[in-house]
Design a protein around this ligand. Sequence first.
Ligand code: GLU
Ligand code: ZN
Length: 500
Amino acid sequence: MSNVRVRFCPSPTGNPHVGMVRTALFNWAYARHTGGTFVFRIEDTDSARDSEESYTMLLDSLRWLGMNWDEGPEVGGPHGPYRQSERMDIYKDVATKLLKSGHAYHCYCTPEELEEQREAQREAKTTPGYNGRCRKLSEIEIAEFESAGRKPALRFRMPDHDFTWPDLVRGDLTFAKEHVPDYVLVRATGEPLYTLVNPTDDALMNITHVLRGEDLLSSTPRQIALHAALAEIGVGSGKMPLFGHLPYVMGEGNKKLSKRDPESSLLMYRAEGYLPEGLLNYLALLGWSIGDDNEFFSMEEMAKAFEVSRVSANPARFDLRKCTSINGDWIRKIDSADLANRLISFLQSENLLPEKPTEAQIAALSKAVPLVQERMETLRQGALMLGFLFAKDAGITSEVTAGVGAFAIDESELANLNSDTNQALEAAANALESLDTWTTEQIESTLRSALIDGLGLKPKFAFGPVRLATAGRKVSPPLFESLELLGKERSLARIRSGIR
Ligand code: GLU
Ligand code: ZN
């Protein structure tokens, strides 16, 4: 066990998104690489924005992705509780100590006064930020504010020097002191802010490395100053964590990927049936590389190889097509029994399998999976391709009739079965009718001789209608194998009901 301690500390607001997962992944990989500890902390001090639903989703998402945490909610650990909403007394205590030691002071400025300050700074074209008005209030001034009923915020007193730190990703970074004014730690309402609780917990939880998104870069000099103050007043281990800022993830049109972009939603990937292996493999490439142009690797391989020094400072571009194609690679890589298992819930959500599939259905699925494993990139696609096997044979309809296993063809596809396709379907049904052995080879040679040699049809016009009538879609598993799996009776019934 090394002493490396990293943390993933999201706020439970809204749906989990891929930027968040990338941050979690890099921290997880670093912990696993070093034999350190991966701490999961929930930053839920903003009761107006945080939700229990989002909290549950966060835990569920990390579990689904297989990023197990060593300390955190449900797991516990020596530095708990790991939900900040349960640590309010700690923050109160730290705030008091910061005030008493002079590292922080009461600020009585009202929002209007602060706005006036900003306005004046804009006019004078000086650096914006708190001007330090309440840094040295006299007893009398304080008494006046108090008797006027003003409630003070707690503001951190920034030290009078520039800030430099060796960023693990970006190298030495410096912020001039003018750009880091005194900032609020606790609102006048008593509510502690991220600015206080995040570094406080990093200190109390002995975090050694802070790996997080570049969007938080500007908070780092403040946090470094706060860590120094906390060390002075004896809060935490007294050791400053090292900071590394992961590059931005860019979406379409070279804009930062936003929570509102559909491809940023983790739930979308789960719903479409991306494998955790595939999604994480892709997200690992956003700012890191394993070397040797290798873009296909497991999380174990990533953990083995992960060095923060190999994280790039350049923005990474999010490419959904590439993500999907890597997912397809993973689908081909896992064994077909595993794939069959993972497909079940997707067949169920497409209403193609009942809640409790029968043994026969499971057996049919196992046989069919190898047919689609090469052709699908997501589990949902696979389920849709296999749907024909589980669908009922109630005739073809464009309507998704209620109930499990309704066999439906898209209206637009259905139009492709018409008087022109009758000839092929009739000939196919008649030829297949006479078969005694129902094997792929038999089916193929029978259909070829009846439709291609017999009727002189081109393969597309010969087999296309048969495929559509039996599988319900143009993209489907290989036709002859599919017919074998579907069985003679069901195949014939479907081909006949495709005749218009
Ligand atoms: N709760 C913060 C966020 O989700 C954590 C930021 C950090 O890693 O310091 O943005
Ligand atoms: Zn003030």
